[in-house]
Design a protein around this ligand. Structure first.
Ligand SMILES: O=C(O)C(=O)C[C@]1(C(=O)O)C=C[C@@H](O)C=C1
Length: 286
């Protein structure tokens, strides 16, 4: 499972950096596999353009894109299962357009400070403009195979995994904040994004991630039907380009995760009393 176990242990146990990083690592597998799944289909640019399917407007009154509509349809059923009440799940569809859960709410331990961060618009934009064209370029820029259902199902899966991964940044920064509030507080007060970004950045963790990710993309993307002795052939026929996957993380996933971490830190003291902020400022690092 890719879930952080949000039900057992204290919030400090749940928010241990090791715990959170192990979820981030497993999400790498999911993201690589799902990118491979989407890369089987053509670019199908029509799916990302508003009003490109007249049937959608006629039958559903939908004026957005095919993929936005399918996100809304998928997220509507997931909302009924109370998916978006979980602190690690953020919808692409405006919450006001989604139905209420059927079941009563689950009680989560207090993990995140109240916030209204949601960067899914940025994720959808980058996915549509950069990721899809790049991972489907072997079919050609104008390629269209008509598999609008299968491709949209993969799109929704990739988008949802990227969204979880990137919003997980809030757990990371909550964990870092709790272990040393005194270092963060002055920079939160002065809204110093650069200083906050420097505090949360761990170059060695990023470097190890990119190496691990390249290896995952290389191994998972091989055609295992080819003899192992023909390694070069296996790699030539790769289902996804390793550099493409690494580029997605390096230029987009990690930077946006960090942006989310900083956005979250900037909200971290809102609503706290001056005494509470003082108490946190006096807390020694651990
Ligand atoms: O693991 C962390 O400490 C994170 O903040 C996550 C993450 C990432 O996106 O993978 C982001 C910033 C750090 O420089 C290292 C890694």
């Amino acid at each position: 499972m890719h879930t952080l176990d949000l039900h057992s242990g204290t919030s400090d146990d749940i928010l241990s950096l090791d715990n959170i990083r192990s979820v981030l690592q497993r999400l790498e597998d999911t993201i690589v596999f799902q990118l491979i799944e989407r890369a089987q289909f053509a670019r199908n640019q029509k799916m990302y353009e508003p009003l490109a399917f007249k049937e959608l407007e006629e039958k559903e009154g939908w004026k957005g894109t095919w993929v936005e509509w399918f996100l809304k349809e998928t997220e509507s059923s997931h909302a009924k299962l109370r998916r978006f009440e979980a602190p690690d799940e953020y919808p692409f569809t405006d919450l006001k357009q989604l139905p209420k859960p059927i079941l009563a709410s689950v009680e989560y331990p207090p993990l995140l400070h109240p916030h209204n961060i949601n960067v899914n618009n940025k994720i959808l934009d980058y996915y549509t403009k950069q990721i899809v064209p790049n991972i489907t370029k072997k079919f050609g820029e104008d390629s269209d195979d008509g598999h609008y259902g299968s491709a949209a199902i993969r799109d929704v899966e990739v988008l949802s995994a990227l969204s979880r991964r990137i919003h997980f940044g809030m757990f990371v920064s909550e964990s870092k904040f709790r272990s040393d509030p005194a270092s963060f507080i002055p920079n939160i007060h002065s809204k110093n994004r650069e200083a906050l970004a420097a505090l949360i950045t761990k170059p060695a963790v990023e470097a190890a991630l990119l190496i691990r990710l390249a290896e995952k993309a290389r191994v998972y993307g091989q055609d295992m039907n080819r003899p192992a002795s023909k390694d070069d052939e296996r790699e030539r026929e790769a289902k996804i380009e390793v550099e493409e996957v690494v580029k997605i993380y390096k230029t987009f996933v990690i930077p946006l995760t960090k942006e989310v971490e900083v956005d979250y830190l900037l909200t971290r003291l809102q609503g706290l009393s001056p005494e509470e902020v003082q108490r946190l400022s006096n807390q020694p690092p651990n």
